[in-house]
Design a protein around this ligand. Structure first.
Ligand SMILES: O=C(O)CCC(=O)C(=O)O
Length: 360
């Protein structure tokens, strides 16, 4: 298929998806997952190899849309990641799609605004991240949650600095994400996060129409004024301004998960649920995410750039059909800049071979 046709098809799918309320996407996701049974046979693990360490959390994720995992990233690795990132340039946004894409120093970004973010390319070259995002316990949990072999479609990391007014194209206001039919996000705190450092907040159970309706009905039964509509909150992309967020904040306090924890804390969320990163008031927060979904989508890394060569990526992952598939939007195992390695006497022999192939 022509690349232009692939792009048109992808856009058409995204347009069609956005015409369907987000509360109905998961059911379509189930059908898509079922349709992949044969295709995925060679990618799935034999049952005895599946890492079930995080599996008990599936029930909580299904009920609440968020699960704080009992697993953490070791302090030494967190420190190495931070050291590495602090030495990198940044863009002035929490995601490159919501930035001017210009690079500057971390200090300049801190002076200029509330966010400083890293590109997918920078993160793929950062120690430990890619291996951690491919940890079998995490990927196998994502597979259980999605019902299909996941595509790791986005990696991101950004600083949020203490501020006085929430912002971030909605990220600091309650909103829903709309990446894919089904997707799940792993968040990894890279700084200690307490109340003053902008914890992640998610309204438990708000990811289904039934759940959102029940939340609203219960609030009304308590005598609260709830000027928001459950279905509209899944179907109207313009809904996530002022009233929705301020109502969620005022009315659903008791149902809001407020995720605090030391650097290295990880949690996974179905961010179709209403959620936000609370604006930090006193301390900066550095957080990374990895997003697992069904394939390329409206928020996937391939929109930013093509896959890197595996030799450019800081990873110890083995070259297997499963690893290739999961990471295909981020890097490719056979896209090696190391062609020289295939020619034992080095570049001069290589250039002779190339010249002879060109008939010179
Ligand atoms: O900053 C956070 O904790 C949440 C980010 C967020 O809302 C988003 O990525 O959609």
């Amino acid at each position: 298929m022509l690349e232009a046709d692939q792009k048109l098809l992808a856009r058409a799918v995204a347009v069609a998806r956005n015409a369907i309320p987000a509360c109905d996407w998961a059911a379509i996701g189930s059908r898509i997952a079922a349709d992949r049974t044969n295709f995925e046979q060679r990618l799935r693990k034999p049952v005895h190899e599946i890492d079930t360490y995080l599996e008990p959390g599936l029930e909580t994720l299904t009920r609440d849309a968020v699960i704080l995992h009992p697993m953490t990233l070791e302090a030494a690795k967190v420190a190495e990641i931070r050291r590495h990132l602090e030495g990198q340039t940044v863009h002035k946004g929490y995601h490159v799609y919501w930035s001017d894409r210009q690079q500057c120093s971390l200090d300049d970004a801190r002076k200029a605004g509330p966010f400083a973010g890293y590109t997918m390319d920078q993160l793929m070259r950062t120690p430990h991240l890619v291996d951690f995002f491919n940890h079998p316990a995490i990927v196998d949990f994502a597979e259980m949650a999605l019902g299909c072999v996941p595509t790791l479609y986005s990696v991101n990391a950004w600083w949020s600095f203490p501020a006085t007014t929430p912002t971030g194209h909605g990220a600091q206001f309650f909103h829903r994400d709309n990446d894919d039919w089904r997707f799940i996000t792993l968040f990894l705190y890279l700084t200690d996060v307490d109340e003053d450092a902008g914890p992640h907040q998610l309204i438990k159970g708000s990811y289904t129409l039934d759940g959102m309706t029940a939340l609203i009905d219960a609030a009304k039964a308590r005598g609260e004024d709830v000027p928001i509509d459950a279905l509209a909150s899944f179907s109207d992309r313009n809904y996530f301004t002022g009233t929705f967020s301020s109502t969620c904040e005022r009315v659903f306090k008791a149902e809001t998960a407020n995720i605090v924890g030391p650097a290295g804390t990880i949690f996974m969320a179905n961010t179709v649920a209403a959620h936000r990163g609370l604006m930090p008031t006193r301390k900066p927060r550095l957080v990374a995410w990895a997003r697992y979904g069904m394939g390329p989508n409206t928020n996937s890394a391939d929109i930013e750039q093509g896959p890197l060569a595996s030799a450019q990526v800081r990873t110890t992952l083995r070259d297997t059909p499963r690893n290739r598939y999961i990471n295909r939007l981020l890097f490719e195992f056979d896209r090696r800049p190391g062609l020289h390695q295939d020619f034992p006497d080095g570049p001069s022999r290589l250039s002779r071979v190339v010249a002879s192939l060109r008939g010179r």
